[in-house]
Design a protein around this ligand. Structure first.
Ligand code: ZN
Ligand code: ZN
Length: 169
């Protein structure tokens, strides 16, 4: 429970914000710096996809992104996927496996940091928290089978504090 005052015991950093607003400028400049460091272009498609996700604040599927970005010129999903690949490499976008959706992130994750995504099944908002306790637990579980975990990510589906506080229906 993120709002538990005893956060140190749960191993959760104070990174979980409710309705966390994405710093759009910060993620854009992070993506730009990444592109520069790799000598690859920060194309307008990459910029537009990132800007849309940062403004949306919620996960979007690639086809939704393509639809939203289409004007007189139709944007193809394959273009969006390519942009998303870059943005994930740059650490500015995460993929939610459970929903095949993508969302912007302005945290600076350590490499190999275990992140817990909490997805609200009512409003669709995603909150993130890094957890050492979860990381240790996962490593322990993997060890019993000799499994080598690559992406230390956990997705939790449930109700955010806002939605849980409101009477249903
Ligand atoms: Zn993140
Ligand atoms: Zn919610």
């Amino acid at each position: 429970m993120v709002r538990d005052p005893d956060q140190s015991a749960s191993g959760l950093h104070a990174e979980a914000h409710h309705h966390h607003a994405i710093d759009a400028d910060a993620v854009q400049s992070r993506a730009r710096a990444y592109a520069t460091s790799k000598s690859i272009p920060f194309t307008s498609m990459r910029q537009r996809v990132l800007a849309l996700l940062a403004a949306s604040g919620k996960p979007m599927a690639a086809y939704e992104i393509a639809e939203k970005l289409s004007d007189a010129r139709r944007v193809q999903a394959v273009q969006v996927y390519r942009a998303l690949e870059f943005l994930q490499e740059a650490g500015c976008v995460h993929r939610l496996v459970s929903r095949s959706a993508y969302f912007a992130c302005d945290h600076l994750h350590g490499s190999g940091e275990t992140v817990v995504f909490m997805v609200c099944s009512q409003c669709g908002a995603v909150q993130e928290a890094a957890s050492d306790v979860v990381a240790r637990g996962l490593r322990g579980v993997a060890k019993t089978t000799g499994f080598k975990p690559r992406h230390p990510i956990v997705e939790l589906e449930g109700d955010c504090a806002n939605c849980a506080g409101e009477p249903a229906g």
